[in-house]
Design a binder for this molecule. Structure first.
Ligand code: F6R
Length: 236
């Protein structure tokens, strides 16, 4: 695991975008695992700018997102599908049918989860997985628990996550209580993992968590067992 502490969010975003751009150059039909939230916004802005400058071609790229809120469909501005369209997909030449986000409105969530994992296999696996980290150490929506869940699954969000994500909603009551998330198995199967984070609290969490033991109470610690994981963060 490489821990790279940089000075500010701009540097986090620049370095993360460069790693993703390098992946696209090396393998134009790569499968990118993507995240939502505040952390990757600057990274996506750079990828969009480089695409507009003619430097990045997404025409053969495929994407699989980490998670989606249960009960929101892709037209809901709070959904992660909407976030991806708004921040990346609608600004680059990616084919919509090559972009996958779990379906938060699936009639049969268990079948949706099984399909999501099978689809990642069908795509040939994720080449580079981008992650943020929750204040409680979650990756995707793999919340602190007594064990790691390997497969894509339905999860009850922790109160800490509901409070942290309330900033995107009118009130904490509006935050969905459940999500579908890729499991830690799906994340660990990616050939490369890139975790990005910004802020004092996250920087302290990263330095404490990755110096300690692997524990499902801090789900991100499983990344210590990944063969090619880079963490780029700042305390700003
Ligand atoms: C989002 C996701 C979450 C976020 C995490 C950090 O798809 O999987 O794990 O990465 O909650 O969110 P931000 O970046 O908003 O602090």
């Amino acid at each position: 695991m490489r821990l790279i502490r940089v000075n500010n969010y701009e540097e986090v975003s620049e370095r993360a975008a460069m790693m993703i751009a390098a992946q696209i150059q090396l393998k134009p039909d790569a499968v990118l695992g993507l995240a939502t939230g505040s952390s990757p916004v600057g990274t996506y802005q750079r990828l969009v700018a480089w695409h507009r400058a003619g430097k990045l071609d997404f025409s053969q790229i495929k994407t699989v997102n980490l998670d989606e809120y249960v009960g929101l469909d892709g037209t809901d501005p709070q959904s992660y599908r909407y976030f991806m369209e708004d921040n990346l997909f609608s600004h680059v030449n990616i084919a919509k049918e090559n972009t996958f986000v779990p379906n938060g409105k699936a009639d049969d969530p268990a079948a949706e989860c099984a399909w999501y994992d099978a689809n990642m296999e069908r795509l040939g696996g994720v080449d580079l997985q981008l992650l943020g980290i929750g204040n409680n150490g979650h990756i995707g929506f793999n919340e602190p628990a007594d064990f790691f869940t390997v497969e894509t699954h339905l999860v009850d969000l922790k109160e800490s996550t509901i409070q942290a994500n309330a900033r995107f909603f009118d009130s904490p009551d509006d935050v969905p209580r459940q999500a579908v998330t890729m499991g830690t198995g799906g994340i660990m199967k990616a050939a490369k993992v890139l975790l990005i984070a910004a802020g004092k609290e996250k920087a302290e969490l990263i330095e404490r968590a990755f110096a300690g033991q692997v524990t499902p109470q801090i789900p991100a610690t499983i990344l210590k067992l990944h063969a090619d994981c880079t963490v780029i963060y700042c305390g700003d």
